[in-house]
Each structure stands twice: as C-alpha cells, then as structure tokens.
Design a protein around this ligand. Structure first.
Ligand code: PMV
Length: 326
C-alpha cells in the first residue's frame, strides 16, 4: 500500500535577526530568538509517499536521486513522523525547488518546511501550524519560520516542545528585498560547523546574545510602526554582527567573496543617494537588500551597471505553507 500526500509548498525565509548558534545540536534548540521574512520568490514543492515496497528512503530533487548525505536531515523528519503515526514503511520524497538557476541559494528552510508538511500529510497526521514548525525545526532550524507568511519569530524555548516559530506581522506594507547572487565557487563552512565554531571560540559570543535580545525587541516595534529605516538598520546590524562572530572565531572564517564587498558598497552608495536600503547576508556570499518594495525596480536597474541580470532577483513578502490542490 502507498500513502501519498498532495504536493505541499513552502517558501524560503531570510532572517532579519539571525539565528547563529545552537544550545542543543540534536534537538536544534537555538541560543537566541530569531526573526525572519518569508519571501515569494523562492519556494519548494514536495510530495511524500510511504510505500511498503520500498527498502530504503529515497529523495528526488528536480527528478534527480540524491545521495545519503542529502537525505540525512530529511530522515530526521521522516522518523519523527513515522514514530508519531506508527508507520513502518520507507518513504519516497519528491521535491521541486523553485529558485532561479545557479542562484547558489541553499533552500534548506523551504525544503524542510515543505517536507514537514508533506510527510505529516502522507501519514494522516493533522498537525497545527505550531506542531509543523516544531517538526520542520528538527530538520533545519530556519525551516521552523517558513511555516508562516510575512514576519515570523522563532522563540528559542527551553525544550523540544516550546521551541517553535510564531507569526508576527503579515508584512503587507511597502517592504521588499533584492537578491544579488554572488557565486565564488569556494566551499563554504556549513551553518552547523560555523555555529559550533563561534559558540565555542568567539570571545564576542556573549555580546552577540545580549545584543540579539535588544535587536529583537527593537525590530518588533519597528515592524509594528512599519518603519523601513529602523527595520533595515537593525537587520543590517544583526547580519554584520553575525559575520563579525565568524571573523573572531578560532580558526576564523568568513563567507564573503570580493563580489560580496562590491555589492555591500553599492548599498552604501544607494543610501548616500537617499534610498532607504540595507543589506543582510547569511552563510554564503550572496548579498540581500532590504528596502521599500516600491523602489526595488529602480535599484534593480541601477545594479545592472555592475551585475548581470541573472544575478539579480526581486522578492516580495510571501505566504506560509500551503497544500496544493490538483
Ligand atoms: O537553519 P540552518 O541550519 O540553515 O541555519 C541558518 C542560519 C542563517 O541562515 C545564517 C541565519 C538564519 O537565521 O536563517
């Protein structure tokens, strides 16, 4: 017998207050609360089938079978669902990533959120948003926030049961992002490894925790006021502090390529020209602009002087997880 879900769609999110450090690696409990914006431009569609004829779990992304390593995080979610629903069959996962070609954007947030949705659906579990967030978190921390549209906060909690994301604001105001995709071909330090290194060795880690708490309170009140300047300034500071942790780790590391710096300087230039635009960066060289959605087309045009159009993607706030009806 095959228990197959419908296709489930989850969008990626970008943190404005970063999650950078785990309190508990196995359960994926973070050191600090984080806050993100879910975006319309990048998403993953996933279908799960529990099938008694399978002799192992298999994962296909865009039609290509993936290796064991790619399956690891997914299997954490599958195992939790199997246990909860008392299912003993292996599963086939089919995923389609909707990201611009060569975007170099890891899609773990949208991928693992969509998987949490599809696996629980195939198993016949009727999970609340909060339960889905908790399940997605076990695959990848940032995935906990992709259950919701707009702004979401992942509350660090104290245990598996209360470390979940909650919705904060629909972001139905003039806010948007523009991605500058920079591929440096260099092998990155994984987020798991990066987090471990800063927690264990950065002399600034305590400062990070206390300032993340302040930044979170400040950005929530700025979001309430729909104040793009404050939101952008706080988000940019949070990102740069995260990257400062990496520079201060032992051994130090960073995710920047020369082109990242070019993009960062552009943001400064735009601000000098009067635009309210700020940047954020994650565990990779891409630079993401935060600003008024209504000004993104102008900035896009200006960036074409420096970057190729394939490197530029405009994104708006996106929706939460959804089941696709055929
Ligand atoms: O959820 P992970 O393991 O992919 O870690 C994500 C870490 C950052 O993207 C750098 C920050 C964040 O909060 O999303």
């Amino acid at each position: 017998m095959i228990k197959q879900s419908k296709w489930v769609r989850a969008h990626t999110n970008i943190a404005f207050i970063k999650y950078w450090g785990k309190e508990n690696e196995e359960l994926i409990l973070p050191k600090n609360n984080s806050l993100s914006l879910t975006l319309d431009a990048f998403y993953t569609d996933t279908q799960v089938s529990f099938d008694e004829d399978l002799n192992k779990d298999i994962l296909f992304i865009d039609g290509e079978e993936q290796d064991e390593k790619a399956l690891n995080k997914a299997q954490v979610i599958l195992d939790l669902v199997r246990e909860e629903a008392d299912i003993h069959d292996f599963a086939r996962i089919d995923s389609k990533n909707h990201v611009p070609t060569a975007a170099g954007l890891a899609s773990s947030a949208s991928g693992l959120a969509a998987l949490a949705g599809a696996a629980s659906l195939a198993a016949g579990l009727d999970l609340s948003k909060e339960e889905l967030s908790r399940l997605a978190r076990r695959g990848s921390g940032s995935a906990s926030r992709s259950i919701y549209g707009g702004f979401a906060e992942w509350e660090k909690g104290t245990s598996d049961s209360n470390s979940v994301a909650i919705p904060i604001d629909k972001a139905d105001w003039d806010i948007g992002m523009l991605f500058i995709i920079v591929d440096d071909g260099k092998k990155d330090v994984s987020s798991t490894e990066g987090m471990r290194r800063v927690v264990e060795t950065s002399p600034y880690y305590e400062g990070w925790i206390s300032s993340a708490t302040e930044d979170l309170a400040a950005i929530k009140s700025a979001i309430k006021k729909q104040d793009i300047v404050e939101v952008g300034e706080i988000a940019e500071r949070s990102a740069l502090k995260m990257h400062a942790l990496n520079l201060s780790a032992n051994p130090p590391f960073n995710y920047w390529s020369p082109e990242s710096i070019v993009a960062m300087r552009k943001v400064e230039e735009f601000r000098n020209q009067g635009y309210s635009v700020y940047l954020t960066m994650d565990a990779g060289p891409n630079v993401k602009l935060i600003g008024k959605a209504s000004q993104m087309d102008e900035l896009y045009q200006a960036l074409l002087e420096t970057f190729r159009k394939e490197q530029l993607v405009i994104a708006k706030p996106g929706p939460g997880i959804q089941i696709l009806e055929d």
